[in-house]
Design a protein around this ligand. Sequence first.
Ligand code: SF4
Length: 333
Amino acid sequence: MFKILINNLRKKIVKSSKMSLSKETRSLRSNKKEPNDEIKIKDEDSKEEIVVSKYFVAEILEPQKKSKKTGKKRKSIEIKYEENQSVENAGQEKENNEWFPKNWKETWELIKEMRKDATAPVDDKGCHKCSDPKADPPTFRYQTLTSLMLSSQTKDQVNHAAMQRLKDHGCTPQNLLATSDEVLGKLIYPVSFWKRKVQYIKKVAKILIDSYGGDIPNNIEELCALPGVGPKMGHLCMQVAWNKVTGIGVDVHVHRICNRLEWVKKYAKTPEESRKQLESWLPKELWMEINHLLVGFGQEICLPQRPKCDQCLNNKLCPFAKSNNNTNKKSKK
Ligand code: SF4
């Protein structure tokens, strides 16, 4: 009943005064108007005019939201990470107008220093370690492509184990095409989206047999045209299988770290955006190295949640650490 009355009152006020309640409330709260400001509302039933305090009406109809837990009025929260989305990062411009991130060389070298022992999962279980080095070149390339297809949203350890089972089974396009979906599913389980990946593996194997003589395409366009193969996989596959650099392989680790370090001119919303921005300034001789370097760094130190900024050699240079004051917080294991 009270709700109906309030809703009727809201309609009448908006109709008679043409005011926007939200705006009115904000301006009243910020004391730009006298609390005694009044509005006249015509009661359509009695045709009488009623005089009401705007402040009273606004507070009744647009109350400030309260926290469910504490009952206190919520304070606005500054979200620093998202702030950058429309703001250009503080880089340096050279004479020819090229943009480079501030301190990127120093930061790069410090990441290399932190990665020098090569102890991250990617170092011995990454996709470059999944193919049989003794296999003939087309089979080696096919296994590289397959491991990359299995790797999306899957831990390196899980992917590596699945590839080992596939290799024991016989990881060639002919053999996997002849394998039933059920058996193939059991071989690759528990990689993420294993059911969908079974279908992709089958479709790709057929295309490779029909159009490429059982080998894989030797260019990025045709690789990315295969079902289940995106730019990240394509560029990494070109690199590992063909030893050719066609672009930077940007996965979630590279994407996240580049945003945190402001290695992108503008906050990049997707890995693909990060890739384009990175390729615009990073010297080409480093394109082959960056994925492996940052993936391991992201697995061990610059973690997705609770990055270990207190252990990171870059914590004095990193814009993310500075803005979030992460260096003062003890990282939790
Ligand atoms: S200081 Fe923290 S956020 Fe910055 S690179 Fe290091 S771990 Fe990542």
